[in-house]
Design a protein around this ligand. Structure first.
Ligand SMILES: N[C@@H](CCC(=O)N[C@@H](CS)C(=O)NCC(=O)O)C(=O)O
Length: 93
């Protein structure tokens, strides 16, 4: 099972200030396979699964293969990806 990128639905917004895009771009650059899970953009209260699992309503978040949903500032997620802290276990063999 691949990691999952939980993100907003604005896939077409690819500018540098877009947090979800930046994390997706970092996953691509690192060659990490992932599935995209889109959540509603607004209102944030509609992100019920995200809220239930992380206790907050902001995106992006990365779901590890063990099911842990990691929500950090997008810059931190990018740093974790670049540091090799987020990996696709099944693809690593
Ligand atoms: N500082 C946060 C910003 C995250 C952010 O703005 N995420 C957007 C989706 S790309 C969002 O959830 N927007 C809804 C809102 O701001 O109400 C980060 O970099 O992670």
């Amino acid at each position: 099972m691949a990691v999952k990128l939980h993100r907003c639905p604005l896939m077409w917004v690819k500018m540098g200030a877009h947090p979800c895009h930046n994390v997706q771009k970092a996953l691509d650059a690192a060659g990490i396979e992932y599935e995209v899970v889109k959540h509603p953009f607004l209102p944030r209260s509609k992100r019920t699964d995200l809220i239930a699992r992380t206790g907050q309503n902001m995106l992006p978040a990365i779901e590890l293969e063990d099911g842990t949903l990691v929500r950090r500032e997008s810059k931190e997620l990018v740093a974790m990806i670049r540091a090799g802290e987020i990996r696709n276990q099944t693809a690593a063999t």
